[in-house]
Design a protein around this ligand. Structure first.
Ligand code: PEP
Length: 247
């Protein structure tokens, strides 16, 4: 089966009013290939501005949401608020949130379930640290992270899994196409055995970690690489080439 190629751009905590305008103007000029879905994740403060000015064929995501709809949760935003603004997606479980803000896999699972219930699609991030890869525990780590999500949800239709090895994020050290394919295949097999064959076949598993115009085309050739989550390069003109990597 063909899964729609997915390219996400994670701006992280970068941007200003003028930079956001330039980025949106540039994205509005990119011709999006048919069969490719593009979703941009600006900082929360700029999300409404981006949704209002970005072409509708490009989706918008939050970089994080909380597991409640409203209440005394200072500093948090809810999936229901995104819905209110016409935003369809959120990233959850990014390694920077897991590492810096100490988010557990169980919490990521809980937030994923809440976002889906609120009608927000989820880019669910998982990935091993360098020492875990070196200890040969990559499979255990990523499948445990995936299980924590699987334990909390029944419907995978609106989930994109982002495999992002922590050692490759923002380091310029990209996984080889073979390394990415090996983990993506393992994740798909895990979904087939533990969720269903149908979910395994339909769920997009994208790669993130130092993706650039120079390496995207080779990665995109791999059978189980269904797209990318791009950090640094999503702020550069080369993002256009990454969007077109499958062509
Ligand atoms: C990310 O932030 O998800 C990411 C993959 O970053 P970078 O592309 O900069 O490594």
């Amino acid at each position: 089966m063909t899964r729609t190629f997915f390219v996400g751009g994670n701006w992280k905590m970068n941007g200003s009013v003028s930079q956001v305008k330039t980025l949106v103007d540039n994205l509005n000029k990119v011709s999006i290939p048919s069969g490719t879905e593009v979703v941009i994740a600006p900082p929360a403060l700029y999300i409404d501005r981006v949704r209002q000015t970005l072409n509708k064929e490009i989706g918008v995501a939050a970089q994080n949401t909380y597991a409640k709809c409203s209440g005394a949760f200072t500093g948090e935003i809810s999936p229901e608020m995104l819905k209110d603004l016409g935003i369809d997606w959120t990233i959850l479980g990014h390694s920077e949130r897991r590492e810096i803000f100490k988010e557990s896999s169980e919490f990521v699972g809980e937030k994923t379930a809440h976002a889906l219930k609120a009608g927000i699609k989820v880019i669910a991030c998982i990935g091993e640290k360098l020492e875990e890869r070196e200890n040969n525990t990559t499979t255990q780590v990523v499948t445990a992270q995936l299980k924590a999500i699987a334990d909390k949800i029944d419907d995978w239709t609106n989930v994109v899994v982002a495999y992002e090895p922590v050692w490759a994020i923002g380091t310029g050290k990209v996984a080889t196409p073979e390394q990415a394919q090996e983990v993506h295949e393992t994740l798909r097999k895990w979904l087939a055995e533990n969720v269903s064959k149908d979910v395994a076949e339909k769920t997009r598993i994208i790669y993130g970690g130092s993706v650039s115009a120079a390496n995207a085309a080779e990665l995109a050739k791999k059978q189980d690489v269904d797209g990318f989550l791009v950090g640094g390069a999503s702020l550069k003109p080369e993002f256009d080439q990454i969007i077109n990597a499958r062509q």
